[in-house]
Design a binder for this molecule. Sequence first.
Ligand code: R5P
Length: 286
Amino acid sequence: PKVIIPATQGILAYEISKRTGITLSYAELEKFPDGEKYVRVSEAVKGSDVFIVNSFHHMPDEMIIETIFLIDIFKSVGANEVVGIFPYFPYSRFRRFIGGEANRLKTISKLFRTAGLNKMYVVDFHLQNVEEFFDFEVINISAMPLLADYVKRNFELEDAVVVGADEVAEFWARIVSEKLGTDYKLMRKIRIDAENVIIDSVPDVSNRDVVLVDDIISTGGTVVQAIKALRHSGAKRIYAVCTHPLLSNEALKLIYRAGIDGIVGTDTVLSPISHVSVAEIISEEI
Ligand code: R5P
């Protein structure tokens, strides 16, 4: 038997359960006035495989501790495999290590492992070498083909070119360009701080429609600067595509103000631009 437990992402858990026929259950999650968490599960899961659905986009530290409690409960009541469906995984973007810095991703990975997590599914993890950070099986699924399909169906494109927001985005830009049958180019950016980036190299996109591709849109700083740079380089229409629309603070407003012609993300993080669902591609894998 298999059971799905939503921690956050109730809708996604429901959609996966509907597609796979796996029983949807629930966990009681509460927060005390002092900030402590209470977690209880009532489903009898002895001998079952349990899938915990969670995206850590909002207050990730709280979500992480809740998830650790959940994994530990399921293991201690005799679940067979405990599997994470964690479409957006936090702490995956970090600078090169300098002395004294916590290796946060590695630490979280150790905590999940120690609690008893057997396997996890992620979507477009920021690092392509994701498995090097985890001592358990990680399945990294890409939503980029689905996003490209959405672009084809909904955005008007003429002589389009796909542009990756930076070198890390090359992997995703290539997938989208193959699906759209276009070429792809890359920008280069320098990050100043959490909200500010400088685009220090932009490809020639004269008279072409641009599909800008990135894995995450957080503050919108990258997209806003990219729009300016691409317009300067002759772009006609500019569309933005991302898997994880974190859209912190006023990101969406800034992006619209900068003059984006269309923008889409997935439901790994629920947002006003989550027009593509990853429920199907996750359901096919589990
Ligand atoms: C970082 O390298 C990611 O791929 C994104 O480019 C980044 O997270 C976007 O962040 P923001 O929207 O804050 O510029």
